[in-house]
Design a protein around this ligand. Structure first.
Ligand code: 9D3
Length: 262
């Protein structure tokens, strides 16, 4: 995978490209990454990349000519690349989009700043507009890093010993099961016994059940979107029966549910 980022803040990317799994993928030649800046494609003495919006209003807009020059330069370096504009108006980024972008050989990631980018740049030079979620950032740079981070770990050979991207939560539509490491008791809280048992069948079953229950409790939307496998219906039915049994055994008794009562 090859990336070129178009940004007026190229320095923001060095720490991201120098560290972690992305840093290692670059060092090992699994991916390449570089930044180009519209400042280098300006003509005026002050190297201006922004201007006032036609029609008035607050804030500034990125001028089209320096941005277009930069994107054309990036395309000359990566002729096969898809060009992506990071913008709050874009299609919401998710794991499925990460998988489809990872199958492309090259991406040009265009980061807006100020109040946005002149609309005419998008019309001619951009293949896809992407947003990373419904919250307001100060520019597209962090969004570009999110996209590169999620895509890079899907490139074959980049995860090393850290497990396959196919085992990810989200690729199976569920959240990850709970994880524990030593010590076996931390501040009075025990690690679930089965995980220390060495019984791999039982451990796998516990993890499947834990992932399902956690998804039900924390992200019901994911379960509804994905549906339930027959074995998962069985697990939820077992929990349902256990809860019913508990309610029968303890009719309207027991301590107050909340501190202070109600
Ligand atoms: C006056 C309207 N502006 C502020 C509400 C619109 C606006 C312009 C530019 C809001 C944010 C930005 C900068 N954000 C991005 O460039 C961006 C972004 C985001 O803010 N949220 C989620 N995904 C993305 S991708 C790029």
């Amino acid at each position: 995978m090859d990336y070129i980022v178009v940004t007026i803040f190229p320095e923001m990317f060095s720490p991201f490209w120098d560290h972690g799994i992305v840093g290692r993928a670059i060092k090992e030649g699994k991916i390449t990454a570089g930044a180009v800046t519209p400042r280098d494609f300006t003509e005026d003495r002050h190297r201006t990349t922004d201007d006032r919006p036609f029609g008035g209003g607050m804030g500034m807009v990125m001028k089209p000519e320096p941005l277009a020059g930069t994107i054309r330069f990036a395309k000359s370096r990566l002729p096969e690349a898809q060009s992506i504009l990071l913008t709050p108006q874009g299609r919401p980024f998710d794991q499925q989009m990460a998988v489809s972008l990872a199958s492309l050989g090259a991406l040009i990631l265009v980061c807006g700043r100020y109040e946005g980018v002149d609309e005419r740049v998008g019309e001619s030079l951009i293949d896809l507009e992407v947003s990373v979620g419904d919250y307001v950032l100060t520019g597209g740079e962090l969004a570009a890093m999110i996209v590169m981070d999620a895509v890079t770990r899907l490139v074959p050979g980049t995860l090393g010993g850290e497990g396959s991207a196919q085992e990810d939560s989200f690729s199976n539509g569920l959240l990850e099961y709970a994880q524990y490491t030593r010590p076996r008791i931390f501040e009075g809280q025990k690690v679930p016994e089965v995980l220390c048992s060495g019984n791999h069948k039982a451990i796998e079953a516990w993890r499947r059940e834990n992932a399902l229950i956690r998804t039900f409790l924390k992200r019901r939307d994911l379960l509804i979107k994905r549906g339930l496998k027959p074995e998962e219906r069985k697990i939820l039915q077992k929990w349902y029966r256990d809860i019913e049994q508990l309610l029968k055994d303890q009719p309207l008794s027991g301590s107050d549910p909340l501190p202070g009562g109600q």
